[in-house]
Design a protein around this ligand. Structure first.
Ligand code: C2O
Ligand code: CU
Length: 473
């Protein structure tokens, strides 16, 4: 197993909500905790989460004995702490006030974007609302955690480079949702393109076209991750795809995933259990996994090929996490509630205005260039809309490949075949638009301010597939 040099010190640290469920079982203790560390909340007020995050260069060990220069976030409240990849998780309860003291120790400007969080536009960390924070600069982000769900944070400057080098971390907002699980885990899925020297490899033309795809797939920043689970247990996994271009199609032989939550929080009802789950870059899923195999079961969480166009070859399944049964759960989890959340469909009728967004790609002298409605960011004009108006967005993919389309600042409701919001798809902020097809979703414009929308294949966004949405107050 390849270990991150600095991760070892965090292994035995208590990982947020998972702490309370430790059983002191000797077998489980032999498997290291791969859960991302949790940022230190320095504010004694239980309704305020006040943390400090530093972005800084670091070194990791993706290949045994080879140092990889990288960038990571570290917990600024922990003296002597080192950056980690993924960065430490920001954990809050719904309704909490969040204060983040951010410092940039990178050699270039950066920002922090709170992907999926509804907040005031000035706090969104995109370059449309914030001048990037220079090296040695600092910025305080403040927002309220109004929605429970699985989110993540990452830079919005040269994102295809900065996120790839390691700047990304989970942001989890919880509440008492009545979902009884034996244990909760967070898996940040990613890949990196590493040379035999250990150095990260620069993007080639294919990477620019399809989004840099790595030769190593990572779960919580490591290859060869292992976890021990108890037979008869039910676990909740919060899944984040932080990769530049890779789609993860997860499979765990002998087990199925019950989707209970997506980008914007809990679904109205649990999905039927599925064998595979595809997660596009930027998306999140909350799933339940029941470990009801025979004693001693071993299974591999792996990602299988997702055909996303441009004739990318199928490399076969790639392992992410080895799962081993150890012991038996002491108490069987309570049945799932039939209703997980209230879903109110946005009022969509045949007269609701439809706004079209056509995603384009073409070759230019210095490589591929991307566009939305023929405009290439930053040479774009904002889309101007009125607050609280409901419209349908129709996003049309390019014929050559899939694009995960992301909108900042608000969630939307994907429409079903009948043209109405589909409750089974919940509230999303990132949706895959398969090549040669159109995806429709309904959105109510709120809050006011300047928001970005873009493809979450980061090379596409940085090379033009991005735009601004101005919501007038
Ligand atoms: Cu996760 Cu505009 O991004
Ligand atoms: Cu794209």
């Amino acid at each position: 197993m390849l270990l991150r040099r600095l991760g070892a010190t965090l292994w035995w640290a208590c990982a947020g909500a998972a702490c309370g469920t430790e059983r002191g079982d000797a077998a489980a203790a032999s498997t290291p905790d791969i859960e991302p560390a949790v940022l230190t909340d320095v504010n004694p007020d239980p309704a305020i989460v006040e943390v400090s995050i530093v972005a800084a260069p670091t070194t990791v060990e993706y290949l045994s004995g080879k140092a990889t220069p990288a960038w990571g976030y570290r917990d600024g409240a922990r003296a002597g702490g080192a950056p980690s990849i993924p960065g430490p998780a920001l954990r809050a309860r719904r309704g909490d006030q969040i204060i983040v003291h951010f410092r940039n120790e990178l050699p270039e400007p950066t920002t922090v974007h709170w992907h999926g969080i509804r907040l005031e536009a000035e706090m969104d960390g995109s370059t449309s609302v914030q001048t990037p924070i220079p090296p040695n600069g600092a910025f305080d982000y403040r927002f309220r955690a109004i929605d429970a769900g699985t989110f993540w944070y990452h830079p919005h400057v040269r994102a295809s480079e900065q996120i790839e080098r390691g700047l990304h971390a989970p942001l989890v907002v919880s509440f008492d949702d009545g979902i009884d699980v034996t244990r909760e885990r967070t898996f940040v899925l990613d890949d990196v393109k590493v040379a035999s020297s250990g150095d990260l490899v620069e993007s080639d033309t294919l990477d620019l076209m399809v989004g840099r795809q790595g030769n190593l797939v990572l779960a919580n920043g490591r290859t060869g991750a292992r976890i021990a689970v108890e037979r008869g247990s039910r676990e909740r996994w919060r899944l984040v795809n932080a990769a530049n271009g890779r789609y993860f199609t997860l499979r765990l032989a002998g087990h199925r995933f019950t989707v209970i939550g997506v980008d914007g929080g809990l679904l109205p009802a649990p999905s039927r259990p599925v064998e595979t789950l595809t997660i596009a870059p930027g998306e999140r899923y909350d799933v339940l996994v029941t470990f009801d195999g025979p004693p001693g079961t071993e299974a591999t969480l792996e990602t299988i090929h997702h055909d996303r166009g441009h004739d990318l070859p199928d490399p076969g399944p790639k392992p992410l996490v080895e799962v081993t049964y150890r012991g038996q759960v002491a108490r069987a989890p309570a049945p799932l509630p039939g209703v997980l959340s209230a879903y109110e469909a946005l009022p969509v009728t045949s007269t609701t205005p439809v706004r079209r967004f056509v995603l384009g790609e073409r070759d230019a002298r210095d490589g591929p260039v991307f566009s939305i409605n023929g405009e290439t960011w930053p040479f774009t004009r904002p889309v101007v809309v009125a607050r609280n108006v409901v419209e349908v967005w129709e996003v049309e993919s390019s014929p050559a490949m899939d694009h995960p389309f992301h909108l900042h600042g608000m969630f939307f409701q994907p429409l079903g075949a009948d043209g109405r919001p589909d409750p089974a798809r919940g509230w999303k902020d990132t949706v895959n638009v398969p090549r040669g097809s159109r995806v429709r979703f309904a959105v109510r414009y709120d809050p006011p301010g300047m928001w970005m929308f873009h493809c979450h294949i980061l090379e596409h966004a940085e090379r033009g597939m991005m735009g601004d949405l101005m919501v007038m107050p």
